[in-house]
Design a protein around this ligand. Structure first.
Ligand code: NHW
Ligand code: EN5
Length: 388
């Protein structure tokens, strides 16, 4: 069934429910001297390239490959369109390795036809903090699909992760292979219902008119919570304390320090937005919310080519009810002209999704760990991790 994944140190479908298997690494690390020193072989006419994402030219090549060949919805109506600034942010967190940004080119023309990336992350699984790679942006050009290039890409990134003495990875995908640690549901909150319906992202509900639908999704002009403001650099220590405490309650979550919070959560225009509540009395930071920007290209529509989407990232409430905090997040997203606000049912998100008029999407997101066995699948609410 899964000729490649059956050979990898991942939980296998046949082992589901086997209580003799314990939680933790599947294979032990090997001495670095035993890690293969040369890249895996590619088919003739192709070559590896390590991508310098700071170079405008390289970044543009990667951007173009992804903009035309990366993830689409199940009906091929929309395709993710990560911006260049987003890619730079996503691929250069503290301690990143350039060698983990891997492209494949056609030797003769130098055209980029495949890509995969890793970034380092400390991920806590229950009580243990594991130094891992987060793998993302696996992409093979549409014309080179189903030729078993993806397994070579995965083995090569694995080798380069091993060379840095890391032996585990985390990744997400919309498709199933051995073996998800959790399966999450995407939810969507219409901000611009007319456009969403026009482009086929959503449908007019039964017994609903356009004007009733627009009224249903209407939001206040400005946010409601006193002390709600954009996060600033001087907030990093307080936000780090808030988020560390919050994430400690989940079974799987990143172990963020101040450098990580500065990188991942400080606002960057059209990439990451973050807001917090500073108590007007005590000036304490009590609540936090964030979303990242990931538009869809709209494929083959006569009048619209881009759908502006915000994705819920990390949110923490200690004083402001989470529902009110996320309602304010919707209001700022609407002010900033997003068409839709998306969220997964991870962490405590289920507590606000229905009430704030999110509806379930047609997509699911499966979470995976490489070389780390979980005894049981987790519920989405036990996950404290959001990947880009
Ligand atoms: S998920 C997004 C993945 N990208 C896309 O969906 C873009 C559009 N699709 C494509 O470009 C986020 C191609 O269809 C891809 C597959 C490249 C997906 N993950 O070359 P073949 C990520 O980036 C398996 C893992 O013939 P293809 C996460 C498939 O099950 N495996 O297929 C990435 C089969 O194996 P099997 C995937 O369609 C995580 C084999 O690939 C997969 O031409 C990577 C077929 O290969 C996917 N998304 O290319 C794993 N899609 O055993 C990281 C298919 O079933 C692991 N496959 O026969 C950890 C590494 C680091 C470890 C460090 C210690
Ligand atoms: C990991 N880093 O299919 C990347 N998205 O529901 C891999 N559907 O936007 C991620 N088909 O349901 C891969 N509208 C998995 C995600 C791939 C992208 C994807 C789904 C998630 C999505 C939309 C559009 C569907 C178009 C037809 C969807 C319904 C919205 C509606 C709004 C009103 C209330 C009910 C729901």
């Amino acid at each position: 069934r899964h000729k490649f994944w059956e050979t990898q140190p991942v939980g296998q479908f046949k082992d589901i429910g086997d209580s003799s298997l314990t939680e933790g690494p599947i294979e032990l690390p090997t001495p670095l001297s035993e890690v293969k020193q040369e890249p895996y072989n590619l088919p003739d006419h192709y070559e590896w390239v390590t991508c310098d994402i700071n170079s405008e030219q390289m970044c543009e090549e990667v951007y173009n490959l992804l903009a035309h060949n990366y993830v689409e919805d199940d009906e091929n109506m929309f395709r993710f369109k990560y911006s260049k600034e987003f890619l730079r942010w996503a691929l250069q967190p503290p301690g990143y390795f350039k060698s983990w940004h891997i492209g494949v080119r056609v030797k003769s023309t130098k055209k980029m036809v495949a890509f995969i990336t890793g970034i380092p992350a400390r991920i806590r699984v229950r009580d243990e903090v594991v130094h891992m790679a987060e793998i993302n942006f696996l992409c093979v050009h549409k014309k080179l699909r189903t030729k078993r290039l993806a397994p070579v890409m995965i083995k090569e990134v694995t080798r380069r992760v091993h060379l840095e003495n890391m032996w585990q990875a985390a990744y997400t995908a919309g498709v199933i292979f051995p073996t998800p640690i959790a399966t999450c549901q995407y939810w969507h909150r219409s901000l611009n219902p007319k456009k969403l319906i026009d482009v086929g992202f959503s449908r007019l509900g039964a017994r609903m008119t356009m004007s009733r639908t627009i009224k249903l999704y209407k939001l206040p002009e400005s946010t409601i919570t006193p002390g709600f403001r954009k996060m600033e650099i001087h907030d990093v220590p307080a936000v780090t304390r808030l988020i560390r405490t919050y994430l400690s309650r989940f079974a799987v979550a990143p172990d963020f320090d101040e450098n990580d919070v500065e990188h991942w959560l400080l606002p960057k225009e059209d990439v990451i937005d973050s807001f917090l509540v500073e108590s007007p009395e005590t000036h304490e930071v009590t609540d936090f919310c964030s979303f990242y920007t990931l538009p869809f290209s709209i494929l083959g529509h006569p009048s619209y080519s881009l759908l502006k989407a915000a994705y819920s990232f990390y949110n923490v409430s200690t004083v402001t009810p989470l529902l009110q905090l996320m309602n304010d997040a919707l209001i700022v997203a609407k002010q900033k002209d997003y068409d839709v606000f998306n969220a997964l049912d991870v962490m405590q998100n289920e507590s606000f999704l229905r009430e704030l008029k999110f509806g379930p999407g047609d997509g699911k997101l499966h979470y995976y760990l490489y070389n780390y066995r979980m005894r049981h699948a987790l519920k989405p609410s036990e996950l404290g991790l959001v990947l880009l």
